[in-house]
Design a protein around this ligand. Sequence first.
Ligand SMILES: [Zn+2]
Length: 165
Amino acid sequence: MDGKMRTNADADGRLADGGAMEDAVQEGDQIRDTDIVFECSHCGKSLAIDYRAAGLTIPCTDCKRIIDVPIPEGMELGDLDVSAEDVRGRNIRLRDALGGAQGRLKALEATVKELRSERAAQDQARMEHIERWDRLRQESTHLRKAVKEMSESFERMSQILSKSL
Ligand SMILES: [Zn+2]
């Protein structure tokens, strides 16, 4: 119990002056017993963060992309004895993350729209290509038929000619 409280006080001080939770992400040589150790799902960088960050989304210290801090097995988020400041900081960070996510969503939507119109143009070109191909095939069928008819006529003509000779 004593040890746990000391750890919290230590973490509180660290979080209080740093402000953002990303400051709580440790480099490999400073891992403590109370840290959650995990790997960035984007770049694979090994990260350690205070256990109270379980379940949060934070930017990776290496690639800066947003990652989910895993919740250790058997740990309930309700177990976290977080202070009001922690909760407030968490909400602010969640709001910031949400804002960032919304910005990225907007950019993604623009990209999707762009890709869709590109796709539509490609489909249009493909349809025209298919239609042109269909016309060509019809014409070639007509041509083949005409050639066949002509060769049959020649055949008949040469038969008539050979008989009359
Ligand atoms: Zn990363």
